[in-house]
Structures are given as structure tokens and as C-alpha cells.
Design a protein around this ligand. Structure first.
Ligand SMILES: *[C@@H]1O[C@H](CO)[C@@H](O)[C@H](O)[C@H]1NC(C)=O
Ligand SMILES: *[C@@H]1O[C@H](CO)[C@@H](O)[C@H](O)[C@H]1NC(C)=O
Ligand SMILES: *[C@@H]1O[C@H](CO)[C@@H](O)[C@H](O)[C@H]1NC(C)=O
Length: 338
């Protein structure tokens, strides 16, 4: 992130990194197609737009696979003393956090969704904001959870300039009733939440493996791969919900689409393509997808509404429910004092 970026100290700025992955928000109502009208001007003037990459996933390590030093390798070597004081940089932390939607509207499942968020995001955010782990973790993990000393609490509290949320997808959270004799014994079961992607056989959202990230397939002509309307649609919806959240008081400072170019994904190798730019992995040619052009135009304030064709991707039924998504931001941002 540019060190020209100015976040006020002690003002929690939320930076969203968007990853396109398995599922997104489900919806059944809301202002249909209103998201198509989202514009650069709906965001504050100083809002940061960008696209992220992961050097390790694109370049690999310095000396293997025939690669030589990159600009980044050189930077590390030549500026080892580079630090916040001399560079005027900002210190933040990037959390991976998905949203957990209650499986049903029972209070048990609603509590379960809060616990799921506590165990994933709150685990880090509560200490950073309040100096201790979430109440639900202390209650359920008991003496297996380390205890902060008073000194550590003060040290960690407020020790950041901004928070980044690396954001992939959503899951359902269903309460698992505690049984008296089955003591919870691991991070995976302590929260008593059953995390699922479907309800009554229906996925929580479109399956990105097949649509959003177009499974890499060399038999698909590149001309077709570059026409990624579904990515544009997804980003448009996300930007619409982001500016809605800002208007509702969430302090979001920037948005970085991930990834700038197709890369090597940790779990999936070259089989998924997250990029705004297509990479031919055989000859390393990079070609802008339609989404790259759209995003560029959007940032320049030139984007025009781009409606999805019915068979091209998501239909009206998939249009996100503004209030629902907004509440997702609010939950993620409940440590922002908004
Ligand atoms: C909430 O629960 C009630 C009672 O089970 C049910 O009638 C209603 O349809 C549910 N609403 C939603 C939005 O799930
Ligand atoms: C989680 O939910 C699924 C689907 O409802 C169910 O089949 C499974 O048994 C549940 N698992 C636990 C541990 O409760
Ligand atoms: C490299 O890949 C691009 C994109 O797939 C293709 O259009 C081009 O013809 C290839 N070039 C060579 C020299 O193979």
C-alpha cells in the first residue's frame, strides 16, 4: 500500500480485499439492479481503489524455477532499514474473514453465527480493540485460552493504524447443542458451530469454482475467457454494498480487488483464475479481461451500467440484499466504533 495513504491514527479504517471464491451473499429481495448504478462518485474522494497481488504466488522464490531477482527482492536487499518512522508508513493487519449467516432465524443459530465470527475475526480484533479475547471464546475455550497480562493488554490495544479484511465468501452457521460429556477440545469444535455451504440442498450462493473464477481450462478459447462479465457483475455488487456501508457509517477507506493477475493459488494451483488480467501460463502473456477495462473505467468515473444477461451469470434472484450485506460489514466492522 502506498505510504501516501493517510489514515488517522486511532481511527480504524477498514480496507477490504476482495477475493472471488466459493460463495457470496444470498438474497431474496432488495432494490433489484440498483447496484448497476454504482459510481466512483458514490465513494469519498480519498477512497483508495486498487488491485492486490501476492508476490510469492506470482513470482515464486528468488532463485528457483529459473527466476531471477525481482524489483521486490531488490527492494528488500537495498532497503533493509526501511521502517515506519523514516517512511511515514502505516501499520495494519490483514485478516481473512468470511461472513457467517445464521442457518435459520432462531436465536440459537443467530448466536452461532456471532460465535463463528468471534472465533475467526474476533479472535484477533477483540484483543486489538479491547485488549482481550471475545467473551464467547473465553467462556468456551476456558483455561486452554492464554490469558493476557495487564501489560500485554495495554500493548496490543489500539496497536494498528488500519485493519484489512481479506474477504472471500460466506457460510451458514448452525448451532451445535452442547452435550454435557463431550467437552470441546479443539479450535475446530470449540465454537459449537456447524458451518455449512448449503441449506436444504441449496447453496448459499453461486459456486465460484464453476462460475466466478472460471476453472482454468486450456480448451476454452482465450477470447471467451477474457469476457468475464460475471466478475464485473460481482465487483459491481460488492462496490455497491461497500458504498452503502460507508453511507451507513462504516469507516471503509479502500478496496483492493484480488487478484490483479491470474496467479498460483495456495489450495488450487493454476486451476482457478482470480485475475483481472489473464495469464497464459505457457508463454506468460498477460491480457486484460473485460473486468480490467471495466474497473479502470469505473475508477476514472467512466463506467456505465453493465447488466448481466440472464444466461450469462446471475439473475435477479441473486441480486444481493443490501441490508443483509450491510449487516455483514457492520459485523466485521463492529470493532470500528461505528
Ligand atoms: C423466521 O422464522 C419463522 C418461524 O420459524 C418463520 O415463519 C419465518 O419464515 C422465518 N423467516 C425467515 C426470514 O427465515
Ligand atoms: C451439520 O449440519 C449438517 C447439515 O444440516 C448435518 O448433516 C451434520 O450432521 C451436522 N454436523 C454436526 C456436527 O452437527
Ligand atoms: C501466447 O499466449 C497468448 C495468449 O494465450 C496467445 O494469444 C499467443 O499467440 C501466444 N504466443 C505465442 C508466441 O505462443
Amino acid at each position: 500500500m502506498s505510504n501516501r495513504t493517510k489514515f488517522n491514527r486511532n481511527t480504524l479504517g477498514l480496507v477490504i480485499f476482495l477475493h472471488l471464491d466459493l460463495t457470496m451473499f444470498k438474497s431474496t429481495q432488495g432494490p433489484l439492479n440498483e447496484y448497476l448504478n454504482v459510481r466512483r462518485s458514490d465513494f469519498p474522494d480519498d477512497f483508495l481503489f486498487g488491485a492486490s497481488t501476492s508476490a510469492a504466488q506470482i513470482e515464486g522464490s528468488t532463485k528457483s524455477g529459473g527466476k531471477g531477482p525481482s524489483a521486490w527482492d531488490q527492494f528488500i536487499r537495498e532497503f533493509p532499514g526501511c521502517n515506519m518512522a523514516t517512511q511515514g508508513g502505516q501499520i495494519g493487519i490483514s485478516h481473512v474473514a468470511q461472513y457467517f449467516e445464521p442457518y435459520s432465524n432462531t436465536s440459537l443459530d443467530e448466536e452461532a453465527s456471532k460465535r463463528a465470527i468471534d472465533f475467526e475475526l474476533g479472535w484477533f480484533m477483540e484483543p486489538l480493540v479491547r485488549g482481550d479475547y471475545p467473551e464467547s471464546m473465553r467462556r468456551l475455550v476456558k483455561d486452554r485460552l492464554p490469558v493476557f497480562t495487564a501489560e500485554e493488554k495495554e500493548l496490543v490495544k489500539g496497536s494498528f493504524d488500519f485493519i484489512a479484511i481479506s474477504y472471500y465468501s460466506s457460510r451458514y452457521a448452525k448451532d451445535i447443542p452442547t452435550t454435557p460429556n463431550a467437552a470441546p477440545v479443539s479450535y475446530m469444535v470449540d465454537s459449537n458451530v456447524n458451518v455449512t455451504v448449503e441449506k436444504d440442498g441449496v447453496l448459499i450462493g453461486p459456486n465460484a469454482g464453476g462460475s466466478y473464477t472460471e476453472k482454468s481450462n486450456d480448451n476454452i478459447p482465450i477470447s471467451q475467457t477474457l469476457k468475464d462479465d460475471i466478475r464485473i457483475d460481482f465487483v459491481q455488487k460488492h462496490l455497491y454494498q461497500t458504498q452503502t456501508a460507508i453511507k451507513n457509517g462504516v469507516n471503509v477507506k479502500g478496496y483492493f480487488y484480488y487478484s490483479l493477475i491470474d496467479s498460483f493459488e495456495w489450495g488450487e494451483g493454476y486451476t482457478v483464475r482470480y485475475g483481472l488480467y489473464h495469464v497464459d501460463f505457457k508463454n506468460l502473456t498477460r491480457s486484460p479481461k473485460e473486468s480490467a477495462k471495466w474497473y479502470h473505467d469505473f475508477i476514472k468515473g467512466r463506467a456505465v451500467a453493465k447488466a448481466m444477461s440472464k444466461d450469462g451469470g446471475m439473475g435477479d434472484d441473486d441480486v444481493e440484499l443490501a441490508a443483509e450485506k450491510d449487516s455483514a460489514f457492520r459485523r466485521a466492522a463492529r470493532w470500528c466504533g461505528t
